[in-house]
Design a protein around this ligand. Structure first.
Ligand code: 4NP
Length: 156
């Protein structure tokens, strides 16, 4: 099987996408498949560039067994050629990705929730202005979607 590169995207790259990166990486590790994947995350705004993930997201993720080490970075044009899959968290993410993608981009742009099977949510909602339950819900959705994304990519 050839290796697959996956870039998770959200608005700020401090809550949802660094958590998605860690959840997906954990599933990959558990399945001894790290040699088959390149995993990263990035944001659509550069406002938090250079920052660690949001403390609330790190803390809730840690309680669920994930160690968030990513440092926020904005998406760059090269990402549209260097990654096989660019996965956004909500419809605004997808619209912006489609708007800024170069015409000859090779990456496939997808909404993460298309891989959810245990949840019916259309999007992974932005938890930034929410309480603890919003962050817990993000992890629930990420675990559901990332497990199915992993299975799908392994089956391809
Ligand atoms: P994220 O959450 O997109 O899941 O990283 C946000 C983080 C920061 C902001 C918005 C959303 N912000 O506007 O600064």
């Amino acid at each position: 099987m050839k290796s697959t590169s996956v870039l998770f995207i959200c608005l700020g790259n401090i809550c949802r996408s660094p958590a998605a990166e860690a959840v997906f990486a954990s599933i990959v590790e558990k399945n001894n498949a790290h040699h088959l994947f390149h995993i990263d995350s990035a944001g659509l705004i550069a406002y938090h560039e250079g920052e660690s993930a949001d403390n609330r997201m790190r803390s809730i993720a840690f309680q669920r067994g994930y160690h968030l080490t990513h440092i926020s970075r904005p998406i760059r044009t090269a990402d549209f050629y260097n990654f096989d899959l660019i996965i956004g968290m909500d419809n605004e993410n997808i619209s912006k990705l489609q708007r800024i993608a170069p015409p000859d981009a090779t990456a496939r742009i997808e909404l993460l929730t298309r891989y959810c099977t245990a949840h019916t949510d259309d999007v992974v909602p932005d938890p930034y202005y929410g309480g603890t339950s919003a962050f817990v819900h993000v992890i629930d959705l990420l675990e559901d979607a990332c497990e199915n994304l992993f299975q799908k990519l392994m089956a391809d």
